[in-house]
Ligand binder design. Structure first.
Ligand code: NDP
Length: 446
């Protein structure tokens, strides 16, 4: 049996009930065989078994009191996966679907993604099965304070630096930062995605979506194409989707769909700047549902319970959640002539869907490369906090652009070196893995 297959079987045996984690691990491991042929020293140091086992897993009870005075209990967790190249870094997700397998899949992806950013950050992820939807601001605050009352003892500016993810935006980061400060008496860059004016970086809210589009621009440029005039189907209407849409519009692309977990809206005229501003207000302030869009803009159509991949588009930008493009969606995209996909969400394309897209020659930007802009600017936020400094948005945006352009190049170069020219999935896995493996070798068996 091959070393890679053997290592994967051990992962499944150890935690059989974590399918998303298995999927994320296999998507990486299946591309690494040629790396072990070239670098037997990684096998000798058993890098794979060490890389797939988190350095530390913390789970804890999060008790809080709702507005009716009833005591609620959620589960909190943080997976400190790998610190070979820097402090653990990765978001917190608050969503009822959160379980250890999902947090481990996200944490594992984060290790390689963070390596690709070229910043000194290790991989981690955390969250809770708490559902912020429908909760009052005060309930969210009480939950966040209780969550941090346990988490604070495990994190720190040079230890582990969480950020946002699904269900965790500026509001939640603010409440958690306030509680960390109160408990420790320290003002330090322990969380990223903070508000501007109290340690947050300009462009951090925009970073994942903007970066996803910079990566797309580089992929298209490698084929002599551009975003201008292209019809773009975006899923989601949260943080990543909103700024992905904003950047697509600024490059002259036409955004034809956005969605939430209820369904998607299709606007044949395109979602322009002013319509997008309306969506941002709906989602960020009024906390409403995407279906309300069609009341405001009657030319658009709402499709309940569906995903947008059956719409004819040139480019697909999945920016909501994992496994949101499945076989059916992939077949429709191919049939309708979709030329490129840049993943904003983590692992949004199922393995079966990816096989279909790859066979059809669709340009494919994998999440760990294409959505690395968020964590890259989080690392820039850490630099600014460490130096008690504040950079202009132009400076941060231009660094983000450079980082994303560099990530595309790293992926393309690694793919070419391993005789898989143009395969950015293979390139991202190999480039990220080698950086982490080298650091682990240098640091001995720890
Ligand atoms: P938000 O919570 O801001 O938005 C999530 C969006 O996705 C919402 O529109 C939500 O709809 C929708 N969604 C969530 N779950 C589902 C589901 N099961 N089916 C359909 N739609 C769903 O999160 P983000 O925008 O921050 O995150 C989106 C994705 O991007 C995630 O995969 C995340 O891991 C990834 N990501 C985020 C980064 C960041 O910087 N924020 C960085 C890198 C990756 P509804 O409101 O109805 O739940």
């Amino acid at each position: 049996m091959s070393y890679v297959k053997d290592a994967f079987d051990r992962v499944k045996l150890r935690d059989p009930e974590q399918p998303e984690f298995h999927q994320a691990v296999w998507e990486v491991l299946e591309t690494l065989e040629p790396v072990f042929d070239k670098h037997p020293e990684y096998k000798d140091a058993n890098i794979l078994e060490r890389l797939t086992e988190p350095e530390r897993v913390i789970t804890f009870r999060v008790p809080w009191v709702d507005d009716n005075g009833a005591v609620q209990v959620n589960r909190g967790m943080r997976v400190e996966f790998n610190s070979a190249i820097g402090p653990y870094k990765g978001g917190l997700r608050f969503h009822p679907s959160v379980n250890l397998g999902i947090i481990k899949f996200l944490g594992f992806e984060q290790i390689l993604k963070n390596a690709l950013t070229t910043r000194p950050i290790g991989g981690g992820k955390g969250g809770s099965d708490f559902n912020p939807k429908g909760k009052s601001d005060l309930e969210v605050m009480r939950f966040c304070q209780s969550f941090m009352t346990e988490l604070y003892r495990h994190i720190g500016a040079n230890i582990d630096v969480p950020a946002g993810d699904i269900g965790v935006g500026g509001r939640e980061i603010g409440y958690m930062f306030g509680q960390y400060k109160r408990l420790t008496g320290k003002w330090e860059g322990v969380l990223t995605g903070k508000g501007y004016g109290w340690g947050g970086s300009l462009i951090r809210p925009e970073a994942t979506g903007y970066g996803q589009v910079y990566f797309l621009r580089e992929m298209l440029a490698s084929k002599g194409e551009s975003i201008e005039g292209k019809a773009c189907a975006i899923s989601g209407s949260g943080n990543v989707a909103q700024y992905c849409a904003e950047k697509i519009i600024s490059y002259g692309g036409k955004v034809i769909t956005m969605s939430d977990s209820g369904g998607y809206i299709f606007d044949a005229d395109g979602i322009d700047e002013s319509k997008l501003a309306w969506i941002m207000d709906l989602k960020n302030n009024r906390r409403g549902r995407i279906k309300e869009y069609v009341k405001q803009y009657p030319g658009a159509v709402y499709h309940e319970g569906k995903r947008p991949w059956s719409e004819k588009c040139d480019i697909a930008l999945p920016s909501a959640t994992q496994n949101e493009i499945e076989e059916k969606g992939a077949n429709s995209l191919v049939k309708n002539g979709c030329m490129a996909i840049s993943e904003g969400a983590n692992m949004p394309t199922s393995p079966e869907a990816y096989a279909i897209l790859s066979k059809a020659g669709v340009l494919f930007g994998p999440a760990k490369a294409a959505n690395a802009g968020g964590v890259a600017v989080s690392a820039l936020e850490m630099s600014q906090n460490a130096a008690f400094d504040e950079w202009t948005s132009e400076k941060v945006d231009s660094k983000l652009d450079q980082i994303m352009t560099g990530i595309h190049k790293q992926c393309a170069d690694a793919a070419e070196e391993y005789n898989q020219k143009g395969n950015l999935v293979v390139g991202a896995n190999i480039a990220g893995f080698i950086k982490v493996a080298e650091a682990m070798l240098d640091q001995g068996v720890v």
